[in-house]
Design a protein around this ligand. Structure first.
Ligand code: ACO
Length: 406
């Protein structure tokens, strides 16, 4: 679809002549800025990070290499540069003492994402993060690395605290996927599960101008500190239409009888659609073909499914629900191409890796924090505040202010 506005700011002349530009609902298809971080080509089912296919990166590189690409602009060229970056980020994983002390309160008070939001805000204060506007680039980068590095530690610590278990310290000898499993369980991570989890994490580092990334960039455009940008992004991600779907997608699989007939599966799906419900893990704002993340994760789920009969049955059930749901969605919304999105198989893969359901979206946040911060660093180089307008549709103004009755 052609963008409705040019990528550059409209000139004052254009505004004076044509009046305000009315953007479509949800800003769909509107190009609001230039970026070098990455892009999504919805019609092709392709997305990339700084020009590299994200799926190729997920198949061939670890999360820390991709992190270096996102923040510094290039993949580590050699083992030495890789080690340096790895050291930088692993050294930033520990919880600040202030966060540690409030964990019991945060873990008992709401969801893990709620706790993460508050904890990241506290990290920003404890680390004296200053507004981006007043901060030189190297310090912005430090803040960005710190926040993204500590996010998995926070979510794992919140999870364990909620279970009444002590947090497990991050380990410098472990790659991010393995370290996250270690911090969640306190057990030596299974290498295949750790690799699968890290592959998933690479696939979710960035994805165009999704709601949480846009939110982070709006806050960054005000010159606020990096922690504020990431906290706002976490809030945006917490919405079920954005990041809250993988556990709901798995709930959908649980609610459909795995040992039932195809008709039973159809009935379960159809009744949801007839009630006007959305099938979680299906549809996408941008993809009009297969979501490439879903394609990769389906493959990984199949590999993990070979590990046991139970895993194999779970993956087969997911495949059957997927195929029936896609067929019924096609009949329900002809021409919309509603297929599985990243979250459908994300839930299946994380479940097979031993990640508890309540941690699905927090794990997503842990990898997406890298993308958010890369976007924040880029936005911070543009001094223009993001400040659109709204069309007023309330009572005609000005209205007289009535006196208070009585
Ligand atoms: N189940 C049933 N109907 C759907 C679904 C679905 N999963 N997805 C879209 N539709 C319907 C919409 O209701 C819409 O109908 P309408 O025109 O009568 O309002 C129609 O299909 C077209 O919707 P789209 O324009 O294709 O989708 P939109 O951009 O509005 O929303 C979204 C995209 C939010 C992802 C939607 O597909 C959805 O709600 N999916 C379920 C939730 C989900 O899986 N979220 C995770 C997304 S991935 C991520 O954020 C990382």
């Amino acid at each position: 679809m052609e963008p409705h506005v040019p990528p550059t700011e409209p000139t004052p002349t254009a505004i004076a002549t044509d009046g305000p530009i009315l953007a479509p609902r949800g800003l769909a298809g509107v190009v609001v800025t230039d970026t070098e971080v990455g892009d999504v080509r919805g019609d092709e089912g392709f997305y990339h990070y700084r020009g590299h296919s994200a799926v190729d990166l997920a198949r061939s590189r670890g999360l820390e290499d991709v992190w270096a690409l996102m923040v510094d602009g290039e993949l580590p060229a050699d083992e030495e540069r890789r080690r340096e970056f790895r050291h930088e980020v692993r050294a930033r994983r520990s919880l600040p003492a202030a966060v540690r002390s409030v964990l019991p309160h945060l873990a008992g008070a709401g969801s893990t994402l709620d706790g993460l939001r508050t904890a990241l805000s506290l990290v920003g204060q404890e680390e004296h993060m200053r507004p981006l506007l007043d901060t030189p680039e190297p310090r912005r980068r430090d803040d960005a690395l710190r926040l993204a590095a500590v996010t998995p530690t926070i979510v794992a610590a919140l999870h364990r605290t909620a279970l009444g278990e002590p947090p497990v310290e991050p380990r410098g000898d472990l790659a991010p996927g393995a370290d996250l499993l270690w911090m969640l369980t306190g057990e030596e991570p299974d290498p295949e599960a750790a690799r699968a989890l890290e592959t998933y994490m690479v696939t979710t580092v960035d994805h165009g101008f999704n709601a949480s990334t846009f939110t982070a960039r709006v806050v960054a455009s005000t010159g606020a500190d990096v922690a504020g940008c990431v906290v706002a992004a976490v809030a945006a991600l917490s919405g079920p239409l954005h990041g809250g779907a993988p556990s709901r997608a798995l709930d959908l699989l649980d609610a459909i009888p795995a040992d039932g007939s195809d008709d039973d599966v159809d009935d379960a799906i159809r009744s949801r659609l007839e009630r006007g419900e959305r099938l979680m893990g299906f549809g996408h704002a941008v993809y009009r073909t297969d979501d490439p993340r879903s394609v990769l994760l389906r493959e990984i789920a199949a590999e993990l499914g070979r590990r046991s009969d139970e895993a194999s049955a779970g993956v087969a059930h997911a495949r059957r629900v997927e195929s029936r749901a896609v067929a019924l969605l096609a009949a329900h919304r002809p021409g919309r191409e509603l297929r599985t999105n990243v979250e459908f198989y994300a839930g299946v893969v994380m479940d097979l890796c031993g990640v508890p359901r309540s941690m699905f979206t927090p794990v997503f946040a842990s990898s997406r924090a890298i993308g958010w911060t890369a976007n924040v660093l880029e936005q911070a180089r543009d001094p223009k505040i993001i400040r659109p307008s709204a069309r007023y549709t309330g009572p005609a103004a000005p209205r007289p202010v009535p006196p208070l009755a009585g």
